[in-house]
Write a protein that binds this ligand. Structure first.
Ligand code: GTP
Ligand code: MG
Length: 443
């Protein structure tokens, strides 16, 4: 198998970059480009790196760590290099490493694929790594880490074991049935397994319920309201940056603008929109308002922004009914507004330029988007895993209804196969390609 090399950090200028090498030629790579490197296992060393040619000049001073097989990420010899994050150095370093015999650039996800093939992790854990890379809030991250630690694969293995036991009972019955001359309905085994089947079905049903579709987009909070209500000022105050144009001229914001907000428990997108007036003044107004309405339809949270120092917009009631939160701005001008919230929306009062009321609003957003409820069981975000679990369930149901013991035994073998595919004990190349090619190069 080739030795592979790749940049594991994003390309571009950075303080430090990480380059990974994995495979049999790692020692040859060290000899060729890191002449002074002692290759002490798992010890970080500052070493000079040079090109492979005899008198090649120094390329960089970098940190190198050697992980001998099998105690490495991939299970092969692995070399991790941390050069300065200069794209030129990184390119030259990788070019030089590729000059060593048997070394080539890695494909997407190839390091993790090798880790899987070498038994370092099962497929649920490999998929959890993908979840870790995209998690944008503590809950998703925590769940992905639980999956990585093997929580779900442990449950799957236990269920596969139960299926194996049930299959063994059935196989015994098949033999017995043959022994007694083709009598299929054998007393002892037939319904001894039924409770076992039901237990397996309960386990599979439980796993199926734990599916949560992976959401790779940040949740959206859309701010809407009349022109000049203070929407853009509120976003600037929330992100503590003069990110958006603010002015006393109504109609300053035309296109919707997305601004990420980092809350304590995760990230969300705040979306500023053009103010909604009762009547459009011109075609651009009309288009801008249309866009605001479209964006509002895709909101996970609608925040109505109302200037309490100005007369209430005529649409206030309608707007308030469709809003999840109402924010009254200009509280520095009108301290004791009598304006209450309609229905049961949360209402906040802020003075954006003075940053008053902003902390409370942020805390509320954090609680709304990332409620603190305890989840007892890790959820499953892989549709592939759920499809295998469903297939196993269908097989067990068919086994339960099978008229012949042989048929039931066949279905149980299929069920076991489906469960083993969840963790990758049985896996076909196209499944592996689909999983690992979705990762970045260097992972
Ligand atoms: N005193 C005070 N002024 C505010 C407050 N919020 C916004 N303003 C002012 O109100 C004016 C309008 O604010 P913007 O943030 O541009 O309002 P907007 O809703 O984005 O307006 P459009 O983009 O035109 O729809 C600006 O002059 C802000 O400085 C507030 O809480 N208190
Ligand atoms: Mg604006």
């Amino acid at each position: 198998m080739d030795t592979i090399v790749a940049l594991a950090t994003p390309p571009g200028l950075s303080a430090i970059a990480a380059v990974r090498v994995s495979g049999k030629a790692v020692r040859a790579v060290c000899n060729a480009v890191l002449p002074g490197f002692g290759m002490v296992p798992r010890v970080a060393c500052l070493v000079q790196c040079k090109g492979v040619a005899c008198n090649a000049p120094t390329l960089d001073n970098l940190i190198a760590i050697f992980f001998p097989a099998p105690n490495s990420y991939t299970g092969e010899d692995v070399l991790e290099l941390f050069p300065h994050g200069n794209p030129f150095i990184v390119r030259k370093l990788i070019e030089e490493i590729c000059k060593v015999d048997g070394v080539r650039l890695a494909n997407k996800g190839e390091f993790t694929e090798r880790a899987f093939l070498n038994g370092k992790m099962d497929l649920t854990q490999a998929e959890a790594l993908g979840d870790i890379l995209v998690a944008s809030n503590s809950k998703s991250l925590n769940n992905a880490l639980r999956l990585l630690s093997g929580e779900v694969s442990g449950e799957i293995k236990a269920l596969a074991e139960r299926v194996k036991e049930a299959s063994a009972m059935l196989e015994l019955d098949v033999d017995f049935a043959e022994d007694v001359g083709g009598e299929l309905r054998v007393e002892s085994g037939e319904w001894r397994v039924e409770s076992c089947f039901n237990e397996i079905l309960k386990g599979l049903g439980g796993l199926k319920k734990r599916f949560r579709k992976a959401v790779n987009e940040l949740p959206k909070a859309v701010l809407f309201g009349a022109p000049n209500a203070g929407k853009s000022s509120l976003i600037n105050a929330l992100v503590k940056e003069e990110r958006l144009l603010v002015s006393e001229v109504p109609g300053t914001t035309r296109d919707f603008v997305e601004v990420p907000l980092h809350l304590p428990s995760g990230d969300i997108l705040l979306i500023d929109t053009a103010g909604l007036a009762s009547a459009a003044q011109n075609e651009i107004d009309e288009l801008a308002m249309q866009k605001s309405k479209e964006v509002l339809e895709k909101a996970n949270l609608k925040i109505l922004v109302i200037d309490i120092s100005a007369p209430l917009p005529v649409e206030f009631k309608n707007w308030a009914n469709s809003a999840n939160i109402i924010v009254h701005t200009h509280k520095d001008i009108i301290q004791n507004s009598q304006l209450g919230a309609l229905n049961s929306q949360l209402t906040f009062k802020v003075a954006s330029p003075k940053k008053e009321g902003i902390k409370e609003l942020k805390e509320a957003l954090d609680n709304i988007f990332f409620p603190k409820e305890e989840t007892e069981e890790a959820w499953i975000s892989s549709e592939r895993q759920i499809a295998c679990i469903k297939k196993a369930e269908e097989c067990v149901l068919r086994a339960l209804e099978a008229k012949a013991v042989e048929l039931a035994a066949f279905e149980m073998r299929e069920a076991r196969g489906a469960l083993n595919s969840v963790i990758g004990e049985i896996s076909d190349e196209s499944v592996l390609n689909a999983i690992f090619s979705s990762y970045c190069i260097g992972k």
